[in-house]
Design a protein around this ligand. Structure first.
Ligand code: NI
Length: 160
């Protein structure tokens, strides 16, 4: 069995990735954030929108897990969400602010949890059982993957 995650460390990871993304995009203008590296690839702005919308969806799951017995956790089509919603914010920095605020609210919930609450589970239609703890680990890993993606995208995007 994998080792149980260290909860305070997990909460620190969830806080640090937001700071890292703010730093990573601090000197990057909106046009460059919106530039996709290729025809079927996400721009940095689209990835940030994906992070913000995922935070909202996982925030709902988290709240259901903590207030209902074995809730059903509905899946969502992340590509369709990015296509439909990612261009609606005026400035990608507004999207980043949205992610930060949603993340801070979710971290406050994670930091408030009793040991037993971390183990509360629901059923994700596509993946089977999912616990509060798994959602926290998933978010932290998801952050890391998408921050790497943004780092690569901005490096490839080069000047301008
Ligand atoms: Ni993703």
């Amino acid at each position: 069995m994998p080792q149980a995650p260290d909860h305070p460390r997990l909460c620190d990871r969830l806080k640090s990735t937001v700071r890292d993304l703010v730093a990573l995009t601090a000197n990057v203008g909106p046009a460059r954030l919106r530039r996709a590296p290729g025809p079927d690839e996400w721009s940095a702005a689209m990835v940030i929108a994906h992070l913000a919308d995922s935070e909202m969806a996982y925030g709902v799951r988290l709240r259901l897990l903590l207030t209902e017995p074995r809730p059903v956790l509905a899946p969502f089509d992340d590509n369709a969400w990015v296509e439909r919603f990612s261009s609606l914010d005026q400035d990608p920095k507004d999207t980043l602010t949205r992610w930060r605020v949603l993340r801070e609210a979710n971290v406050r919930i994670f930091e408030s949890l009793e040991d037993t609450e971390w183990k509360q589970a629901g059923v994700q239609v596509e993946r089977g059982e999912q616990t509060v703890e798994q959602i926290a680990v998933l978010l932290a890993d998801h952050d890391r993957n998408h921050l790497d993606q943004i780092r690569r995208t901005l490096a490839e995007g080069g000047r301008g």
